[in-house]
Design a binder for this molecule. Structure first.
Ligand code: 13P
Ligand code: SF4
Length: 334
């Protein structure tokens, strides 16, 4: 064999070896994931635990959950579960809400740094100042908020029931709405009620630009644009439907459209594709990622159940007050 054919033969063997290595690596990853799932299922039974996952979680986490949903749906599940342990795959305020609604359960957040920047945009002192300026106003607080802020509120709401909740309030009362100015403005448009808004926002949703929506529309003529009310006014104005993630899941089967452009965190695309494999779902931007929602993995769920970490609890004096505003929230299911 001459030198040239020897080299090309060697190259062939190397690429062959690489391909074999990729297959082995893939097989190993699948086996590892299957083992993880099996171990989670076993320990879940031992602990009598339930796994709740928000629609923005990564695919494998959504797939192992007993219940996936939007903030409203998850709060309802947390309030009525008879499990001893709730593993909350979401962000801190969600686990805190579950702990307030189910004080006798152990609520675990598998990643303790999974927070919500919007929830931290208003604190108890700031709300106290706002209330002092408007002493007769009712306070409506988006569930994306801390327990202390909820405890100072008259009502909590989610994006799934904010319109119905505000519409049910006495017409002669001033309303303070915190912390999301975009959800607040959307509620004002839908109800015709004037409210005083706190200037908070979701960093993930405000990244979604109207130009990206227009570009997607051009690429997918006839597609329906579903946007979350946390989006900016410019995006809301050019979208076809403004819906919470749970409402998006219910909307699709009622529509004749084949393609949907999704203007919210990309995690919901996994849920939508799984539920409606005959339809097409295109995220408006692959940058619409909530980094905190993506911090939870199967490994962390297993560690969380093994070590019973990280336990989320709220002091009872704060929890008792926050519970009242949360109970008013879960009574309103549109
Ligand atoms: P929902 O549609 O579940 O209300 O989601 C909003 C959100 O951003 C949760 O953090
Ligand atoms: Fe908070 Fe926005 Fe992430 Fe929801 S998507 S948890 S509002 S930062």
């Amino acid at each position: 064999m001459d030198c040239k054919s020897h080299i090309s033969n060697l190259k062939f063997q190397i690429s062959d070896f690489r391909f074999l290595f990729q297959i082995l690596e893939f097989k190993y990853r699948v086996r590892f994931q299957m083992e993880l799932i099996e171990r989670i299922q076993q320990i879940k039974t031992v602990r009598n635990a339930v796994i709740l996952a928000h629609n923005y979680q990564i695919g494998p986490v959504q797939d192992i959950a007993d219940y996936t949903g939007d903030s409203l749906g998850l709060s309802i599940q947390a309030s009525k579960t008879d499990a001893d342990v709730i593993v909350f795959c979401g962000v801190h305020f969600m686990a805190e809400t579950a702990a307030i609604l189910s004080p006798d359960k152990a609520v675990l957040l598998p990643e303790k740094t999974a927070g919500c920047p919007m929830a931290d945009m208003i604190n108890a002192e700031q709300l106290a100042e706002m209330k002092a300026k408007h002493p007769d106003a009712l306070v409506v607080t988006y569930v994306n908020s801390t327990a202390e802020v909820k405890a100072m509120s008259d009502y909590c709401c989610t994006s799934g029931n904010a319109v119905e909740l505000v519409a049910s309030l006495p017409k002669d009362r001033e309303i303070l709405f915190v912390p999301d100015q975009n959800l607040g403005a959307f509620v004002m448009e839908r109800t015709g009620r004037k409210m005083i808004l706190w200037p908070g926002y979701c960093p993930t949703h405000v990244w979604i630009e109207p130009e990206a929506v227009e570009a997607m529309r051009k690429e997918h003529p006839g597609a329906v644009v579903l946007a979350h009310p946390e989006c900016t006014p410019a995006v809301r104005a050019i979208s076809d439907e403004l819906l919470s993630t749970g409402q998006m899941l219910k909307f699709v089967p009622k529509s004749d459209a084949k393609t949907f452009i999704i203007a919210t965190e990309i995690g919901i695309v996994h849920t939508l594709k799984k539920m409606y494999p005959d339809r097409e779902f295109v995220p408006v931007s692959n940058r619409a990622v909530c980094p905190n929602m993506k911090k939870i993995s199967l490994e962390k769920i297993l560690w969380s159940l093994e070590d019973m970490e990280y336990r989320i609890a709220v002091p009872e004096d704060i929890a008792a007050k926050a519970r009242l505003s949360l109970e008013r929230m879960i009574e309103i299911v549109p």
